[in-house]
Design a protein around this ligand. Structure first.
Ligand SMILES: [Zn+2]
Length: 86
């Protein structure tokens, strides 16, 4: 977590931007969520022609839910970058 000092103390110029711990955590969470979606898509593809139509539809809906979660993680990352200016 960033401290108040870190938030208000960025007075140096010409240096690399300080790494924001919260932004890093949000980015990691987003990356993990995307990886989960990717895995779900891979197993969905291999399930084509194997599962029944109903089973496939349910697997597809679960994949969609994971995609929504990944989008929420991305929105949280964007929202943090805007409010924290990092
Ligand atoms: Zn930040």
């Amino acid at each position: 977590m960033a401290t108040k000092d870190e938030i208000g103390g960025a007075t140096q110029t010409g240096q690399a931007q300080q790494v924001c711990a919260e932004k890093t955590a949000l980015l990691n969470a987003y990356e993990e969520a995307v990886a989960v979606v990717s895995e779900a898509l891979t197993s969905l593809r291999s399930a084509m022609g194997v599962l029944s139509r109903d089973e496939y539809d349910r697997a597809y809906l679960r994949t969609e839910e994971l995609r929504v979660i990944a989008r929420q993680k991305h929105e949280a990352l964007m929202a943090h970058a805007i409010t924290h200016r990092c």
